[in-house]
Ligand binder design. Structure first.
Ligand code: 5GP
Length: 196
């Protein structure tokens, strides 16, 4: 990575992973609101936008062909196929924000989080666990954003993902939101040498 910020310390890469519906998005929203030097990477995906989702804000919504072109151009820090769609982290903004001393957060699924270990060994990788599979199902249903078929696939996938939780640097059970946020803040700030 080029170092265009002479005199300024490099930022940090933080990966938040865990099954769909576990609460990653809610946790990250709260962290961003509290810490101005945290930056959330906007992913690219080939899945259809949900109601209210905005291109360039929630995701960059791409066709499969567009996504595959970017894969071949090595434009992703990581990418994975999840539930029949591609998801990936555009590399350039992450590099730029880290060079500016920001704490960059990736909200990604487990296969992508595994790749980050290879491409960014210094990244801190946090796995968010649900209190139980029943509770995860309840949260996915309550969210109301996915079809029955998608919920079923996400729950199946969750079992494989939970089995991989031990591969990550930290495991945090999201039972009580405030508690979870405090635990994650403590982990990030422990690894974060830039000022708040
Ligand atoms: P959703 O369709 O619910 O927005 O996302 C499905 C899953 O893909 C979630 O677990 C989410 O964290 C993950 N995801 C979102 N963006 C990325 C990405 O850039 N890379 C990877 N590997 N997973 C992602």
């Amino acid at each position: 990575m080029g170092n265009s910020n002479s005199g300024q310390s490099q930022g940090k890469l933080v990966v938040i992973t865990g099954p769909s519906g576990v609460g990653k998005g809610t946790i990250i929203k709260r962290l961003l609101a509290k810490h101005p030097h945290f930056f959330l990477s906007i992913s690219a995906t080939t899945r259809n936008p949900r109601q209210g989702e905005v291109n360039g804000k929630d995701y960059y919504f791409l066709s499969r062909q567009e996504f595959e072109t970017l894969i071949h151009q090595c434009q992703f820090l990581e990418w994975a196929e999840y539930n029949g769609n591609y998801y990936g982290t555009p590399c350039q903004p992450v590099k730029e924000q880290i060079a500016q001393g920001k704490t960059v957060i990736l909200e990604i699924e487990v296969q992508g989080a595994r790749q980050v270990k290879k491409t960014y060994p210094s990244a801190v990788r946090i796995f968010i666990m649900p209190p139980s599979l029943e509770e995860l199902e309840r949260r996915l249903r309550q969210r109301g954003t996915d079809s029955e078929d998608s919920i079923r696939k996400r729950l199946q996938q969750a079992q494989t993902e939970l089995a991989a939780s031990g591969e990550f640097d930290y495991q945090v059970v999201n039972a009580q939101l405030e508690d979870t946020i405090s635990q994650i803040e403590a982990i990030i700030l422990k690894h974060d040498h830039s000022s708040c």
